[in-house]
Design a protein around this ligand. Structure first.
Ligand SMILES: O=C(O)C(=O)C[C@]1(C(=O)O)C=C[C@@H](O)C=C1
Length: 361
């Protein structure tokens, strides 16, 4: 950052001089903050470059030979800086990238376009981003209507301190994408869940192609853009980004293929009056333990909307149960159910509460 030339500022502060000083200060401030924002976007895990920028600006002011040196100018600076920063700081939302995975599409559907999207390389990294605070929210696929649960998300929920604060059911329409013709395809790449959702179509239409699992549908699209023998199973939006042809559309085996995503954040959702609550528990390994737990929900007349069993790694024969019911812990019957469940289970974690979302196409 070049030092501001003292010769450009007169010693007598007139309104004209002050206006000029303001403009110069603002220009320097903008330059610093913009550089800091760009650096932070490129390397979010690195030090707080915005803070570094503020310190640099303050030093600059302290060294300034202008008419308004000292605390008064520092105060003006601080105000300018904080206004700039407030405008620059968007809500950050992490998702399994690169751009235009279905997780990204779910994030756009839930948050709109005005947030800052943070693509990361795995579902585990989405949880990490929220836990470390590099993103306020994350989107993770929980379950699919054709293929069932998404193991990486359940694993993350069982270990993470992040809370579910929203749900996004998204219709999933897969396309076969590539740069060549259907006859050029030797390999079909996609996320295992996407390949599984299209397995009948693929074995019928491309029986000789090798099927290769990759980190995400959009990663497969990126690969297909570099090799005409590779086709990707991915979204139509991913085709546009990588300039791919849509070789076949809507290739999922079930026409009404839906994936339900969880929005994760640091705190659960507030009561809206039409909520669901998710939890994970381990019941004692003894006859009737699970039936006793189910009886709690029957007694409190709480409707269950989701249940999954999940083996506990390294503890053969022991299971975690994920469960979701209609209601919010601030309501009487859910509160009673949770208190009883606490007594009956070896471990209980309330994963969060969220407004019950409609499936909108
Ligand atoms: O790879 C993507 O596009 C994702 O967002 C992940 C994912 C998943 O794992 O379920 C999400 C939705 C579809 O079911 C297919 C893939």
């Amino acid at each position: 950052m070049p030092k501001k030339k003292s010769s450009s500022i007169e010693r007598v502060p007139t309104p004209k001089h002050l206006a000029k000083l303001d403009r110069e200060i603002l220009a320097l401030l903008n330059e610093r903050v913009e550089k800091a924002i760009a650096r932070k976007a490129a390397k979010p895990e690195e030090s707080d470059t915005l803070k570094d920028a503020r310190e640099a600006i303050e030093t600059l002011v302290a060294e300034s030979k202008g008419p308004l040196g000292g605390e008064a100018v520092q105060a003006v600076f601080r105000e300018l800086y904080s206004g700039q920063r407030a405008a620059a700081q968007k809500t950050r939302v992490a998702f399994l990238g690169p751009d235009f995975t279905f997780s990204h599409l779910a994030a756009i559907k839930h948050f709109g376009q005005s947030v800052e999207f943070v693509p990361v390389s795995s579902i585990a990294a989405v949880f990490e981003s929220v836990e470390r605070g590099t993103a306020e929210y994350g989107l993770v696929p929980l379950e699919n209507s054709t293929d069932g649960r998404v193991t990486d998300a359940l694993d993350g929920l069982s270990k993470s301190t992040a809370k579910i604060c929203g749900e996004v059911p998204l219709p999933i329409r897969h396309c076969l994408l590539g740069i060549g013709a259907r006859g050029d395809i030797r390999r079909v790449c996609s996320k295992p869940q996407a390949l599984s959702q299209c397995r009948n179509w693929l074995s019928k239409h491309l029986p000789e192609a090798e099927v290769t699992p990759v980190a995400s549908t959009a990663e497969a699209a990126r690969m297909a853009g570099a090799d005409r023998t590779i086709a990707a199973v991915a979204s139509a939006e991913a085709a546009a980004v990588h300039e791919l042809k849509v070789i076949a559309r809507s290739i999922q085996d079930q026409a009404d293929n839906v994936t339900r995503f969880a929005v994760i954040g640091v705190s659960p959702g507030e009561k809206t009056g039409n909520d669901k609550t998710a939890l994970v528990f381990e019941a004692p390994h003894e006859p009737g333990a699970l039936a006793d737990v189910m009886a709690i929900f029957k007694k409190q007349r709480l409707n269950l909307t989701w249940i999954e069993s999940f083996p506990i790694p390294g503890a053969r024969g022991r299971y975690l149960f994920f469960l979701e019911f209609q209601g919010h812990p601030s309501e009487l019957r859910p509160r009673r159910a949770l208190a009883s469940l606490e007594k009956k289970s070896l471990r209980l974690t309330v994963l969060g509460s969220y407004a019950q979302a409609e499936l909108i196409d």
